[in-house]
Design a protein around this ligand. Sequence first.
Ligand code: G4P
Ligand code: NA
Ligand code: NA
Length: 193
Amino acid sequence: MQLLEERIKADGRVLGDSVLKVDNFLTHQVDYKLMKEIGKQFAETFADAGITKVVTIEASGIAPAVYVAEALDVPMIFAKKSKNITMNEELLTAEVYSFTKQITSTVSISRKFLSPDDKVLIIDDFLANGQAALGLIKIIKEVGADIEGVGIVIEKSFQDGRKSLEDAGYRVVSLARVAKFEDGQVVFAQADA
Ligand code: G4P
Ligand code: NA
Ligand code: NA
């Protein structure tokens, strides 16, 4: 997605040798106009998949996911990282290990929001090692719903998340694919949409 690549070039900051900071349009401050275009692009790409639910994980997945849901006219569900006192229904959970933060967290979704008839599109802001998406996949499979694909805003293609998801049989669509960082600049690989 050209608009997204241009925005990353203009506003993204490379930190160290593997992290891209995009906090002025995606992970902290949110540019809703860009999110709206991202939503339309995923809706177009998955137009024939019969998607009934968009699923993401808090926090930074929520902004793009809600615009994808709007464009597909379906609900968006975000997996929670901590249980709160109102979550007294049956929960579906998965353990997610973060290589970045080196911690394992439990993510959960109330069973009542997913059904075996659902066709789910998973959306996330970043794909690094794929652990977040694999955790969501485990939860969705437990209900017996179909997973039609994984839509990623920014894929770091030098990490193994895409390979893990494709090896597990899932379609991955990334709007920007970072091949590498070179002299503090982002070098893109061909995006999927
Ligand atoms: P994985 O799910 O692909 O295995 O990712 P990993 O554990 O490596 O990443 C942990 C967190 O860091 C995730 O956010 C992920 O979106 C984010 N992340 C990974 N690489 C980058 C990067 O290059 N830049 C930025 N800005 N974020 C990155 P999270 O901890 O789940 O939470 P939240 O920030 O959405 O609340
Ligand atoms: Na994040
Ligand atoms: Na995320």
